[in-house]
Design a protein around this ligand. Structure first.
Ligand SMILES: *Cc1c(COP(=O)(O)O)cnc(C)c1O
Length: 444
């Protein structure tokens, strides 16, 4: 597998280059080209009981010869100390819980893999690299935990002061060591602007080795394909059928990864793109018109995206064909009122607590099943199996879950622990001068 920019498909580069450059030199995103056909591998994946084994075999197939097969296997094993859990809800619906990693959200899969891959590819080199990221909340914690303690890598995380939750702040400021938190007196947009300026500044580039690990990096997308390959090959749990997969979406990285897995040979019946009222993609899927607009605030705030960056990659997969995309992906949007009702109903019926993002996916899956024409094997048929991706632990959104259900979700040990630790952050103003002084002083 090689990687090409979405605007210059003819020129391709290695996984290593795509990983360390982040954005293609022409400013577009990297996407995989010439991926191997995995359909021959599917039967052997079906026989592997553990996620780590599936991940190792899939990585060996996908990343070789760029990364030799054995190294790709050990990279996958080292990246994931946690697994997805497939949980049946009823006859038709299963949840794929992706929140068993260190920060209790699915972003741990991408962050842990990119950190392990960078560490492995830097082995034997001298000098250190500096990862610079801006976060509005969740990504920062996942990146901080993933890079913590990795050899030859420092990570600097910029976050907007007073605009992230207590738990989010603790997740990115309590690790210490090679993880450095900068509390910026400004907004998330200021943080992003500062990071962009740092990457463009000649003085910093000549004295540091700045690298990005943001959500558009292909190194965070590839590992997300792995849990689709795992879930889609659990034949017994899926009662022998190809699943419909419903993905709560914001920037559409997660859905894009699923569509890659299907393109490479995983049997999938179809996808459901579930959004909150920020429904730019569902509108496109219905009408063929893509009209980005400013995002609205909702309960599922990690999906409050008005111009999803991975839409470019989805279009690339379907070669710009609206018919092609719309025949594979059904769009559905869900209001906050419905999200709350869903959390309450699912708790009442099954004793399960859903976080608001998962609840959006669950409601969309129910709408899909209810809207089918009940033909022999159409949507809503007796045999249809819908996997809803569960993207965060309910305790991460404790207040919203309590308001909707009356129940306070139990906090996992790892979240409770980090709340007890002292915050370590350096405060800076939202100016490039302060950021660059800090970087040169600390790493120059
Ligand atoms: C980031 C995030 C999403 C959205 O994922 P995309 O890949 O941006 O579509 C959904 N749920 C949670 C909990 C998230 O953190």
């Amino acid at each position: 597998m090689r990687f090409a920019s979405t605007s210059h498909p003819g020129r391709s580069t290695s996984f290593r280059d795509a990983l360390f450059t982040g954005l293609a030199p022409d400013g577009a995103l990297f996407h995989p080209v010439g991926a191997p056909d995995l359909s021959g591998l599917v039967p052997s994946l079906e026989r592997l009981p553990f996620f780590q084994d599936v991940a190792a075999e899939a990585c060996a197939a996908l990343l070789a010869p760029d990364i030799p097969e054995d190294r790709a296997r050990s990279l996958a094993r080292r990246a994931f100390s946690f697994s997805p859990v497939l949980r049946r809800v009823d006859e038709h619906v299963l949840l794929l819980e992706l929140f068993h990693g260190p920060t209790c959200a699915f972003k741990d899969f991408g962050a842990q893999f990119i950190a392990a891959a960078m560490e492995a590819l830097l082995e034997g080199e001298t000098g250190r690299i500096q990862i610079l990221v801006a976060t509005s909340g969740d990504t920062g914690g996942a990146v901080a935990h993933a890079f913590h303690g990795r050899a030859n890598i420092d990570v600097v995380i910029l976050y907007p002061s007073g605009r992230v939750s207590d738990l989010q702040e603790k997740q990115l400021t309590t690790l210490g060591g090679n993880v450095h938190a900068l509390e910026v007196q400004g907004s998330f947009d200021d943080c992003q602007r500062l990071v962009k300026e740092a990457f463009q500044a000649g003085t910093l580039r000549s004295r540091l080795r700045l690298t990005s690990a943001n959500s558009i990096n292909i190194g965070r997308l590839i590992p997300q394909c792995l849990y689709y390959l795992y879930a889609g090959t659990r034949r017994e749990e899926l009662r022998g059928s190809s699943p419909t997969i419903c993905v709560p979406s914001g920037n559409f990285g997660n859905l894009t990864a699923g569509v890659y897995a299907w393109r490479w040979g995983l049997p999938v019946r179809s996808f459901i793109a579930a959004t909150n009222v920020n429904d730019v993609v569902p509108v496109y899927l219905k009408s063929g018109r893509f009209d980005p607009r400013p995002s609205a605030r909702t309960l599922s705030n990690a999906m409050d995206v008005g111009n999803p960056s991975n839409f470019e990659r989805l279009q690339e997969i379907f070669q710009g064909s609206w018919e092609g995309m719309a025949s594979r992906i059904e769009g559905r949007s869900v209001t906050d009122t419905r999200t709350r009702e869903t959390m309450r109903e699912v708790h009442a019926a099954y004793g399960l607590l859903l976080d608001p993002h998962t609840a959006v996916g669950y409601a969309a899956a129910r709408d899909h099943l209810a809207g089918g024409e009940r033909s022999h094997d159409g949507p809503g048929s007796a045999a249809e199996q819908v996997i809803v991706l569960s993207t965060a632990h309910p305790a991460k959104f404790s207040d919203i879950v309590r308001d909707a259900t009356g129940i306070v979700p139990e906090m996992p040990e790892r979240l409770a622990e980090c709340l007890k630790l002292p915050k370590q952050a350096r405060q800076i103003g939202a100016t490039f001068k302060e950021l660059s002084e800090y970087l040169l002083e600390s790493f120059g």
